[in-house]
Design a protein around this ligand. Structure first.
Ligand code: ADP
Length: 322
C-alpha cells in the first residue's frame, strides 16, 4: 500500500526550476533513498511533501487521499540543519518535542526514555547539548523526530559532517526503525549509504526524476558491465582488438600500447576466454586489474556530477575539522 503519492510537483524560484514535474509513490514499510547532487531539488521536494513549502503545481497526498496538514502528525522530519536546543539537556529537548505533539505524563516519560535509549544517549540525558559531539547532536536531532511515534520518517542528509562511526550508528538505527514497520525517506549524496540501507532509489537531477527503481533492479540493469584492465609486457599484437571483440560476453575493447581494457557482461563472465585469447596470441600479461562497478558509478554516469560531489566532500571534510 502507498503511504504517500507525489504527483507532478513543480516549484520555481525566479528562473530556477528547483523541482520540475516530480512524481513518485512511497510504499508503506520501505526505505526510499532520494539521491542527487547539490542543487538537484531534494530539499525543496522534502519541504513540499512535509508542508513547509507550498508547491507551484502538483499534489502531495498521504494515506486515503489526506493532505499533509491532516497527516503531518504521522511524519517525523529530521532536518539537514540541526533543530535542537543547545542550552537544554538531551532529555529536556525530547520533553519539549514530545509536548509539542501533545504527549503528556507517564506516556511522555516512557517515550522519552525509550527514544533516548534507541539513539544511545541515555547515559548523557542530563548533559547540555552544547557539550555534545557532532555525532551525538545528529543522533539527538533524529530522536526529536521520533519521540511522537511517526509512521513515516523523513531524513534530509542526516549524516553530513560526522565521523564514520556515528554515521554507521545512524544507518543501523534507520534499519531498526524500518524493522519496526516505519517507512523512511532518506536523502543523501552519499551513494554508499543509500546502497546499504535503501529498498528503492530515486535519483533527482536538475529538478527532475532521472531514475526511480528498486535497488536490486538498478543493480541488475546497470551493474552487469564490469571492466578488466590487462597490462602486457610489450605492446599488444596487431589484430588483438578484433579477436577479443568476438568473444561472447565482451561488450567493449580499448587497446592502448601495453594496456588492454575489456568491458564484459558479468552474467556471461568471459574472463577466462579473454585471458586465453591474449595468451594464445602471444601477448605476455604482466598485471591484471579488475574494476568493479557499483551504484556510485551508476550515479556518476547518470548525473555526470563527479566534480561537484568531490568538492562537496572537501567542504564536508573542512566542516568536520572545524
Ligand atoms: P538539493 O537539496 O538537492 O541540494 P535544493 O532543493 O536545495 O537542492 O535546491 C534546488 C535548486 O533551487 C537550487 O538551484 C537552489 O539554488 C534553488 N533554491 C532552493 N531554495 C531556494 C530559495 N529559497 N531561493 C532561491 N533559490 C532556491
Amino acid at each position: 500500500m502507498d503511504i504517500l503519492e507525489v504527483k507532478n510537483l513543480k516549484k520555481s524560484y525566479k528562473d530556477t526550476k528547483a523541482v520540475d514535474d516530480v512524481s513518485f509513490d512511497i510504499e508503506e514499510g520501505k526505505i526510499y533513498g532520494i539521491l542527487g547532487p547539490n542543487g538537484a531539488g531534494k530539499s525543496t521536494t522534502i519541504k513540499m511533501i512535509t508542508g513547509l513549502l507550498k508547491q507551484d503545481e502538483g499534489s502531495v497526498t498521504y494515506e486515503d487521499g489526506q493532505k499533509v496538514t491532516k497527516w503531518s502528525k504521522n511524519i517525523g522530519l529530521v532536518p539537514q540543519d540541526l533543530a535542537v536546543y543547545t542550552e537544554l539537556t538531551a532529555e529536556e529537548n525530547l520533553n519539549y518535542f514530545a509536548a509539542l505533539h501533545g504527549i503528556k505524563g507517564a506516556k511522555k516519560k516512557k517515550k522519552v526514555d525509550e527514544t533516548l535509549e534507541f539513539v544511545g544517549l541515555s547515559d548523557v540525558r542530563n548533559k547540555k547539548v552544547s557539550e555534545f559531539s557532532g555525532g551525538m547532536k545528529r543522533r539527538l536531532n533524529i530522536a526529536c523526530a521520533l519521540v511522537h511515534d511517526p509512521k513515516l520518517i523523513i531524513m534530509d542528509e542526516p549524516t553530513v559532517g560526522i565521523d564514520p562511526q556515528s554515521r554507521n550508528y545512524i544507518l543501523e538505527r534507520v534499519l531498526d526503525l524500518n524493522k519496526q514497520g516505519i517507512s523512511v525517506i532518506y536523502t543523501s549524496h552519499y551513494m554508499e549509504e543509500v546502497e546499504k540501507i535503501c529498498d528503492r532509489i530515486i535519483i533527482l537531477d536538475k529538478g527532475k526524476v532521472i531514475l526511480n527503481d528498486d535497488k536490486e533492479n538498478i543493480k541488475n540493469r546497470f551493474l552487469d558491465n564490469q571492466t578488466i584492465t590487462v597490462m602486457l609486457e610489450e605492446s599488444a599484437n596487431e589484430g588483438i582488438k578484433e579477436k577479443l571483440e568476438k568473444i561472447k560476453g565482451v561488450s567493449g575493447i580499448k587497446v592502448e600500447d601495453k594496456k588492454v581494457e575489456c568491458t564484459y557482461k558479468v552474467s556471461i563472465n568471459p574472463l577466462s576466454d579473454i585471458i586465453e585469447c591474449l595468451n594464445t596470441e602471444g601477448n605476455k600479461i604482466s598485471n591484471i586489474l579488475l574494476t568493479e562497478q557499483d551504484l556510485e558509478t551508476v550515479f556518476l554516469s547518470l548525473t555526470g556530477k563527479e566534480q561537484v560531489r568531490r568538492s562537496e566532500e572537501r567542504r564536508v571534510g573542512k566542516e568536520c575539522r572545524s
